[in-house]
Design a protein. Sequence first.
Length: 142
Amino acid sequence: MASTRSTPLSRPARALRDLVRCRARDYHARLRRFDDADWERYGRLLAVAFTLAVGRRFRPGQDRAAVIRFVATVREVYDPTGHEIDPRLAESLVSAALGERPPPPPDEHVVTCQSLLLSALLADEGTTGGSALDDFLRLAED
């Protein structure tokens, strides 16, 4: 069996890596080259990566105050306009990732919110540099 380090990242995983590393220009350039299959894989990868990252930070049944504080911090850092991250949506996405409620149907707002929350979760745990992010994305792809 080949080592996961030798397995190249998929196109969707490379795009998500660019987003998490704040390489917006590269991220958008990759997205422009996506076909329908890439978009489908990207959606699944984002959902799985988000669920994994939430599970590493929070536990089902945990005091909701921790989630509320996390969402407030993300909004302060990643959403200076206050229009990108709906706090109720963000909290419901975390609850859904913990299995406490059904996930909302995917749409543009859900994808944006999940992406920003995922970036914050990975930044908080120091998983944005070196090979740690690639290893995490490979785990999510598996």
